[in-house]
Structure formats: structure tokens, C-alpha cells
Ligand binder design. Structure first.
Ligand code: ATR
Length: 280
């Protein structure tokens, strides 16, 4: 999607993938810096580690506690920091790393675009409390959902998230179980577990404890396969559904804008994703 976007805007840039062991993350970032990279994306397991490696953090990375996008900035002779692409003739005297998080807002943008959902005042059941689940819980709380029900295999993790939300967003009710009467009807169920990534994975939802009749919409952060067991069951039960492709798209579009300073060509990027991931 990034290469399609560069091409669409006539930028002579390339997006490449590298596999880096966690213990080499610092060296990899330093290497990219001295080789004149404009920026980096990071994924599992680097997003938390990178927070402490940055020279500066954008508010998004500070608030959500994870970095998925790095921009290399150069210091001009006048001593201000400029994004890449501004140093065609003279190399900057010094380069710094700035960490951003584009994942958290991507969830809100995807829910708005794909499920026509405004989160304020809504009740949400969130399955999963790993990296993606934690960020989603905090972001949903920041969006003023009225109630958040957290379910995870390892219960200590949802307890920690509940404490964090209590401190930062005291108006949001956080339950540590499936919703029960009189609050058993909700607006949205989100899967943030990794159950569903393998095509024979079972659904992460315990249908003995929660029925699809209790929710209007179901969102699965997984985009490959395009329809997990959870989404297939939700669809047959009549729920509105969407998979995680929108999240992938919106986090990438924002990263593109952070690096290039230009508006991301969203439809070009969406078509590139659909072509590369689903062969459409
Ligand atoms: P990510 O960065 O994608 O969030 P992660 O931090 O490894 O990845 O989190 C994976 C999530 O999927 C966790 O909520 C995990 O539950 P635990 O916290 O109990 O480990 C959940 N998960 C993974 N495999 C699971 C399984 N077989 N059954 C239920 N939950 C599972």
C-alpha cells in the first residue's frame, strides 16, 4: 500500500520489509538513520521496546505507550528540526528519531468508516488484552464509550487495564466479564486476540456466556483470513461486521502523511491492500 501511494504521488521512495531480532532493534534504527531513511514502521514485538529508544516522542506515542511509526528528522543550520525530503542538497548536521503511534486512531477511523459507528456513549465488549487489546481499550475509553467489558484468557492483564482506565478516564465503566443484565445489550464486540489468524482457529467468543443477539456489530482486528470463525458466525446471526483491513489501511495512511507531509491517497492504498492480500 505504501509503494502504491508513493507511485501515485510520483515520489521516488520505496517501502521495504526487514526482519529484526528485538536485541538488534537499537542497531537497526541507528543503521536506518545513517543510511538516510525517511522513516520506519515497527510491528510485533518492537512497538513497546522502541518507546525508550526514541530521541523524541510525539504525543500519540506518549499517550498510547507504543511506537509503530518513526520519522527521522534532520537539524537545519538554523537549528530547527525538519522531516525528511527537505535535505536534497545539504545533508543535515544531525538526525533525530521521533516516535509516533498511528494504530490507536486507526481503530476509531476504521469503526467509523466500516461500521458507521461513533463510539461516544456506546457499550463495547473487547476480547483480548495483549498489545493490540490494551491500546484499543484505552483508545475506546478516550472516545468516551459509556461501558467497556474486558475479557481475556489471562485475567491479570484486564485487571491492569481496568486500573489504568480508572485513573485516566474515570467516567468510563469497566467490567471484567461478559456483559450481564441489566447491561447485557451492547453496541459493539471487538476481537483483539490472535485467535482466528490460523484458518482452523476456533472463535474467541464463548457463546455460552454471550450471544450475538446481544450486540449490533462485530469487528475483528484480523484481516487475513478475511472472515474468521467469529465474523462468519456474527454475519449469520445478522450482526453488522467488518474485518481489520480498515485498521491496517488507516494506520498506514497516517504513517504516510507523517513521513511525506502529503495527504495519503486512501483509495489507491485500499486497492493495493485488497489486491495484495485478497487477490482482488
Ligand atoms: P497483539 O500484539 O496482537 O495484541 P499479543 O500481545 O501476543 O499480540 O496478544 C495476543 C492476545 O490474544 C492476548 O489477549 C492473548 O491472551 P493472553 O493474554 O491470555 O495470552 C490472546 N490469545 C492468544 N492465543 C489465545 C488462545 N488460544 N485463546 C484465547 N486467547 C488467546
Amino acid at each position: 500500500m505504501q509503494n502504491a501511494a508513493f507511485a501515485a504521488l510520483g515520489l521516488d521512495w520505496r517501502y521495504l520489509a526487514f526482519e529484526v531480532a528485538p536485541e538488534n532493534l537499537r542497531a537497526a534504527i541507528e543503521g536506518a538513520k545513517v543510511m538516510g531513511f525517511a522513516g520506519l514502521n515497527l510491528t510485533v514485538p518492537h512497538k513497546l521496546l522502541a518507546v525508550n529508544l526514541m530521541d523524541a516522542l510525539d504525543e500519540s506515542a506518549r499517550v498510547w505507550g507504543a511506537v509503530n511509526t518513526i520519522r527521522f528528522e534532520g537539524r537545519t543550520p538554523q537549528s530547527d528540526w525538519r522531516p525528511p525530503g527537505h535535505f536534497e542538497k545539504d545533508a543535515p548536521v544531525e538526525i533525530r528519531t521521533v516516535g509516533f503511534n498511528t494504530d490507536a486512531d486507526a481503530l476509531v477511523n476504521a469503526l467509523r468508516a466500516d461500521l458507521q459507528l461513533e463510539l461516544s456513549g456506546k457499550k463495547v465488549l473487547l476480547l483480548g488484552a495483549g498489545g493490540a487489546g490494551r491500546t484499543a481499550a484505552l483508545r475506546l475509553a478516550a472516545e468516551n464509550v459509556s461501558a467497556l467489558f474486558l475479557v481475556n484468557r489471562t485475567s491479570s492483564k484486564i485487571l491492569e487495564i481496568q486500573q489504568e482506565i480508572k485513573q485516566k478516564f474515570p467516567a468510563v465503566y469497566v467490567g471484567l466479564d461478559y456483559p450481564k443484565p441489566p447491561h447485557s445489550e451492547i453496541d459493539l464486540l471487538i476481537n483483539a486476540t490472535s485467535l482466528g489468524l490460523k484458518s482452523d482457529d476456533p472463535s474467541p467468543l464463548d457463546e455460552k456466556l454471550f450471544s450475538f443477539r446481544q450486540t449490533a456489530a462485530v469487528y475483528d482486528m484480523i484481516y487475513r483470513p478475511s472472515a474468521t470463525a467469529l465474523l462468519r458466525a456474527a454475519r449469520s446471526a445478522g450482526c453488522t461486521t467488518a474485518n481489520g483491513l480498515g485498521m491496517l489501511l488507516y494506520q498506514g495512511a497516517r504513517a504516510f502523511e507523517i513521513w511525506t507531509g502529503k495527504t495519503a491517497p486512501l483509495e489507491v492504498m485500499r486497492r493495493a491492500l485488497e489486491h495484495n492480500i485478497y487477490g482482488l
